[in-house]
Design a protein around this ligand. Sequence first.
Ligand code: ARG
Length: 565
Amino acid sequence: MKQAAARIAPLTGLAQEEVLKLMEVPPQETMGDVAFPCFVLARTLKKAPAVIAGDVAAALQGEGIDAEAAGPYVNIRFDRDVYAADMLEELGSESFGKLQLGQGERVVIDMSSPNIAKPFGIGHLRSTVIGAALYRLYNEAGYTSVSVNHLGDWGTQFGKQIAAYKRWGSEQALQADPIRNSLELYVRFHDEAEKDPTLEIEARDWFRRLEQGDEEAKQLWSFFVNVSMQEFNRMYKRLNVTFDHTLGESFYNDKMGAVVEELQAKGLLEESDGALVVRLDEENMPPCLIIKKDGTTIYPTRDLATAIYRHHVMKADRLVYVVGGEQKLHFNQVFTVLSKMGHEWATTCEHIPFGLMRFEGRKMSTRRGKVVFLQEVLDEAAARALQIIQEKNPNLEQPELVAEAVGVGAIVFGDLRNNRLNDVDFSLEDAVSFEGETGPYVQYTHARIQSVLAKAAETGTYDSSAAQEGTSNSSGIVGDTSWSLLKLLCDYPAYLERAVLRSEPSVIAKYTIDVAQAFNRFYHAERIADAAPQVKSFRVKLAKYTAERLACNLSLLGVQAPERM
Ligand code: ARG
């Protein structure tokens, strides 16, 4: 904590910031509030860490600090009644929780990026919610986030889509249920193509026509794009996600020629089996395909053009790609080719992968048509939430609105609480539960604090100045559970920093659960309503900051915090 760091710094010759970075939370609360490890000082001070720890502890002792050496560590305990007021004040300050890690650096985030005419898969859901959380977390830490939805709106599959539509499709059916109908056509195409190889030829031909700008092909394509987008936009609205740019792969069609020329000029293109590739033998990777045998461009070609555009036109200082782990090789290849082209900024490109998610044990395979539709998942989550809400609080106003916030929040939080690299077996029942480490549990805790605060305001004892006086003048105000909660609230900036440096929203999600649990322990152990006035105002203030923290964290994660549940 700041106060201890300020006193340790001059004893060690380290800057206060460095001391803060080194400080740890002891493994057991009984050991102290913070611990300072002395290993790093051994070299400069030319003493054993344990000796240094003894010196530092002796010098720190007093003025509200109780310090004790334990081997190479100094365990520090604060006098709660001396420090609680300062800590509350810190929590209330304008600048609390804002970091300057980024210094305005522009981070372009590639996120969501579903494919036109295909279902919005769970992988795209993960990319959307992880990307949207990172977008807000980076901004909070002093970066300037720019989000891009890199729609999969180009590629040979559109040849198949058009061929199938020409054979079996109708405008009416596609309008009525775009994704399902497109998927049916796609599945049928693959089934029938197994028996009838001319279908593949037809599809390739349509894609070639599309690439050459044929009117009919272009019209059908933009019709597919429009109907799919309408459906995706409904989903984004429910998830409360917006994009700074929606630029599909097709946007780069006229920008790939320059990339191919540049590759050629730099002597990087080689022929292989009629195709053009960049060899990556030295890097121990398979070659990166640039132009296919039939002369068409491909996914990596478009990503090269995209990265160059984002660096030069969007002025990205950093390019991050929130895309499933199965595309690791693809991004490795693309970034390596960029650096072979001599683009030094290739080092600013980063793939932020995430694990697979199975839904109630169901996998997804677009080809087979066995897919879980996100819309249905969200509907079911909201329906379950409504059931629980109506049991718990039958008089709640606008229960459907709250249920939507809780149901969608349950899905988003249920995703984000996992380390992003883990594979997740998602259970709807667990995610929507009001107990356990869930979004609804946090939302419910937040709503409960609102009602506690409303009651406290009714009885009229809430007075912030009394709370501060109280904590510094009399003892016994800060109980064990309020002290733990207060410390945890003050630790927020460290969690934010960790989440941002690791691009890991789960750090914040787990911290948020810890805060909610700490509050509930406090609320059970230290009564608010019938406490003595000074004690009560301290606890009310603590409750208020807890509610603010929960609401803020939920919103960083993209989850709503209803006032009542
Ligand atoms: N549309 C692609 C897919 O669904 C993801 C695109 C990711 N972004 C990128 N720049 N490649 O697999």
